[in-house]
Design a protein around this ligand. Sequence first.
Ligand SMILES: [Zn+2]
Length: 539
Amino acid sequence: MTKERLYLFDTTLRDGAQTSGVDFSLEDKILIAKTLDELGIDYVEGGYPGANPTDTAFFSKRRDYANATFTSFGMTKRAGRSTANDPGLQGVLQGEADAVCLVGKAWDFHVRVALAISNEENLQSIAQSVGAVCESGREALIDCEHFFDGFKANPDYALACARTAFEAGARWVVLCDTNGGTLPHEIAEIVATVRETVPGDHLGIHTHNDTENAVANTFAAVRAGVRQIQGTINGIGERCGNANLISIIATLMLKSYYAERFEIGLTPERLARLTHVSRLLDEILNRAPNRQAAYVGESAFATKAGIHASAIIKNPDTYEHVAPEAVGNERRLLVGDQAGKSNILAALGQLGIDVEKDDPRVARLLAEVKEREAIGYAYEGADASFELLARRLLGDVPKYFSVDSFRVMVEKRHNAKGERVTVSEASVKVFINGGDDGAAPLWSVAEGNGPVNALDQALRTDLGRYQKYIEHVELVDYKVRILTGGTEAVTRVLVENRDSRTRERWFTVGVSPNIVDASFEALLDGINYKLYRDGAPPA
Ligand SMILES: [Zn+2]
């Protein structure tokens, strides 16, 4: 049987950004888009150019991806103006994107109440806006907002909206369950009818999770004939969230009903990155991952000791519906944790480190990682710290310098103008050569807008012979999370550094009961990583 192609459309950076508490920076967007591209997502919707400075900046230059079609979001033009005179639509058309996904009304109730225009005017807006996107040489998609509610209220009009967009040249007509209230059997019935107007290989599905059916609704639509799936990583999104692409991808590839009929842009190797991608997004959002998330949660393949565990050791198929390694997750048992080892080997492989699987250093690294994770470290969002840890254990990383001591002072006082100000000052005492040969310490003092910034400044002031390696390093982002798992709270800090010339970015982690100490550890890893990457000679 030849397989049909299903297309995955990720809207984490647009619809997902509607989640309360979620605010992506430009750097976040760049990283997430690249990650989605590498995973094998077909369309990455990056935001709404012209709507806010971050999205405008994101679309201000061409971003080339290996797999993904870089897509912007916009709205159909307002009635009573031409497409050329609609600032919103023009803002979108000025952005650098390969495709544009426009949202258009498909429910006559909304047309009447929200837009206060005639049904016919709305159809014209759809036709002309889609036409303008096509004329600009881009692929056009249309999200038919409230399509299912619209269809229930006035099927002829909802269908007319879909048909109008398709005939105007939309590559995809996406049926949206915008308020998330539709159930799977309704989705199946309605999609079957819509297919008589727009062919299934031009139809998409966009669902929300307000009845906990977003993923089920997506599959109902696929079975009924749609061939594009919209969703977000981890199902983030407004209210109860969007359809979770993580679960959808795993089901499409691992469940025979779908795997036999469809193919997507992922290979089994890419699928094995799914857990990493899911947790990376949580790290970027500074959220604790959902332990019970399907496929990728920490508990998804956890089994308590007892008859289940011993049966799983004999044959995992006894209790597991899929193999955890397939999605890059691991089996958690109290005994015989072999999966952990294969994960470590895979991570080393990704860094280009080739070691035999029976090399005792692999077991040592695994033990070290587990021990560190138990006290709060997380390496999903801190690749550079993981690489340093691994390479140190393998004996690859020279000792460049050692920090003898540091001190931070935070003072609230009156300045010369009599205003109350808070001043942070840090000093750091560093030995190059480890101080063994009697070399004098390098002692640096700096002020900063906060204790961590002051420490960072002090550390970068004078690293002696290594100074030239860190001249272009800058701290881009800094995230703090208080972990309250054990008896006392622990702080985990994630630091993102960048080389301002090469644009290379790397992420490090520090953990301590003390926030300044945790930050300092992450800062040190950031500098050591740079020295290692640039081949700085040992002290
Ligand atoms: Zn939505």
